[in-house]
Design a protein around this ligand. Sequence first.
Ligand code: CDP
Ligand code: MG
Length: 697
Amino acid sequence: MAQFWKPGTEKPRLLEDEDGGVVFLSSSFSSSSSGYGFASIEKQRQRLPVYKYRTAILYLVESHGTTIVVGETGSGKTTQIPQFLKEAGWADGGRVIACTQPRRLAVQAVASRVAEEMGVKLGEEVGYTIRFEDISNSDLTRIKFLTDGVLLREMMDDPLLSKYSVIMVDEAHERSISTDILLGLLKKIQKRRPELRLVISSATIEAKSMSNFFLSSKRRRALEGEELRPSLEPAILSVEGRGFNVQIHYVEEPVKDYVQAIVSTVLLIHDKEPPGDILVFLTGQDDIDAAIKLLTEEARGNGKTSSGLIILPLYSGLTRAEQDLVFSPTPKGKRKVVISTNIAETSLTLEGIVYVVDSGFSKQRFYNPITDIENLVVAPISKASAKQRAGRAGRIRPGKCYRLYTEEYYLNEMSVQGIPEIQRSNLVSCVIQLKALGIDNILGFDWPASPSPESMIRALEILYSLGVLDDDAKLTSPVGFQVAEIPLEPMVAKMIISSNELGCSDEIITIASILSIQSIWFSIRGAQKELDEAKLRFAAAEGDHVTFLNIYKGFLQSGKSSKWCHKNFINYHAMKKVMEIREQLKRIALRLGIVLKSCETDMQLVRKAIVAGFFANACRLEAYSHSGMYKTIRGSQEVYIHPSSVLFRVNPKCVIYHSLVSTDRQYMRNVISIEPSWLTDVAPHFYQQQRLNPNIH
Ligand code: CDP
Ligand code: MG
C-alpha cells in the first residue's frame, strides 16, 4: 500500500496564507442542528452571516435591477434570501420568488429546509419543480425552488417569466450550461420588464466580470462617462464572515489508487483525531460505492477503528430516506463519514463536518467537436474547487483538509478556475432551446462565456439531420416544435416522434422513461455475480433497450411488486420513478398528437425508432478485431461495449449507443444492434452513401 503522508511530518498551513485566500465562516455558527422546534430554527437563522445583511440585501434589491451576492458556502444565501424577499413583500399580490439551482438534489433539499424553517407544508407556500417532479402549487406557492433547466422550459410558455417578481440565480459560480443560457436570457427579459429583479448569488464568483456582463454596452459607455444613475449598475454585496482556520495536509507522493487512499485516510483520521464528522469528495456513484465497500471491510478488519463509524453516500439519485440520513445529526459517540460527489462542494451544507478528504477529482463533461464525442470523464478539479472543498472543514470549529495530491501539484499544475460547462458540452439541447425561444442568431447571443463555433456548427448539423431545423436553421414544423416541446434530449425526443409513425410509441416511451433515470439495477456491494445472473434473465439479443422492455413487462406482470424487484436485483424506487415519468411522457405525447400504440413483438420497429433519434451514435465492429473494438462510423473513434451491457462480448456488427463513459477506454452504455442500411434511410445527409463502405454490410 502506498504511503500517503506521514502523520507528524505534515506541513500545516492556513488556507488564508494561500494566494487570495478563502474567507471563512463566522464563528458564531451554531454547531447543533438538532431540536427542530420553530424557535430554535429561528435562532439558527439569526446566527447565519447573511442575517446581518438582511436590510442591505433588501435595499439593494429594491434599488437595483441586478444584485450580486457573494458569500461563502453555508452563510445562508440560498435558504435565507428568498425568505427575506418574501417577508419584504416581493411575493405579495400573487407574485412568486424563484430560486434556481443547477442540481436537482439541491433543489429538493433546500426547498424542504425552507418549508421547515417557515413552518409550512412543502408544496404549498414553498414548493419546488425539477424535471418530472412538480411539488408546487400555482395558486399557493410564493417561493419556488427549481433547476435552471426547468426555468428555461417555463420560458417556452411564458417568455417574460411574468409571474416572478424576483429571480435568484444561485450557484452562479458553477457556470452550468443552463445557468449561462439563463443569464443571457434574463438580461434580455430585464430590458422588457424593468420591474423584474435579479439576484445572482454564488460562493466564489468574479463579481466584477458578472457585473460587467449585466451592464449593457450603452450603459457601460455611459458609466465610463459618469452619466449613469447608480441603480442601473448591478450592485455587488459580499457577505463577510470570520471563520475557522483549516489546516491543509498534502500527500508526499502522488497517489496511485485514490479509493484506497481515501479509505486509509479516513481510518487514520478516525484513529488519531478528536471527534468530528468527515466529508470525502469522490467522483461518482461507482467510486463512492467502491470506497464504501472497502471502508466497511477495512474498518471491520481493524478492531480499534471498527466502532463508531457511520458511513454514508451522497450523490444525486439517492432516495429521500437516504438523503435524510446524510442530513440528520450524528448521534453522540459516533462519527459520520459522508462520501460525496462534488454536490457537497457548494450546493449542500452538512452540519458537523470537521475533516475533509479531497481526492482532487470530479466527474466532468467533455465534448470534442472534431470527433463529435461527449462523455463524462473523471478529471482533476481546479484550485477554486479545492479551496471550496477545504472550506467545508472550517464551519463549526478549526478543521483539517487532507488533499490526496502533492503540494507541488496544487501550486504548479492545478488550473486556477474550471472551464464553464458551455465550453465543454455538446450544444444540441442548448441550440434547440434558444431556437424555440425565438433566438435565431445563436452565435450573436449575449453569452456570459461564448461556446466554440465548431461545437455550434456540429449542433446545427445534427439538428438539421434530425429534421429539427430547416435550410434556414429555423425550427421545422411540426417536428422541430414537437422535439423542442418534449423535455428530454433532442435525440430522445426525435426517437419518440418517429415511434409514432412506426407504430411503437408504447414501447419507445417506456424506453425513454428508463433511459432518463440513472439505473434501474440495484447494485448490492459484493453481489456482482448475482446481479449479472439477474440481468441474463431479461437479456434480449437485440440489446439493452429491448432488455428494458422485458424488465418493464416483468414488473407489470408481477403487479408492480417490490418483492419481485428485490428478487431480480431491480431497484423498486427506480421502477416507481419510471412509471411516473412514463405517465408524464404519455401526457406530453398525447398533447403532441402522438397516439400510444404497441408494436407487440416486432422489435425491428423499436430498433428503427431508436435509429431515427440516435443515428449519430452508430458504430461498427472492427472487422479483424477480437478485442471487441468498435469505431464510430462518423468520426472513426475507438469505442467498446460497456461490461454492464447485455451485448458485452456478444459484439454485433453494427450498434448504436445511448451514451459514452470514459475510463481507461471509451465505453458505450445502453447499446442496441442495428442494420447499417437503416442509417442511410433515416439520415441520408449525415451518412452519405459513400461513407458506408462495404465492410459494414
Ligand atoms: O446558500 P449557502 O451556502 O450560503 O447557505 P444555505 O444553504 O442557505 O445554508 C444555511 C444553513 O442552513 C447552513 O447552516 C445549513 O447547515 C443549513 N441547512 C440545513 O441544515 N439543511 C438544509 N437542507 C439546508 C441548509
Ligand atoms: Mg447555497
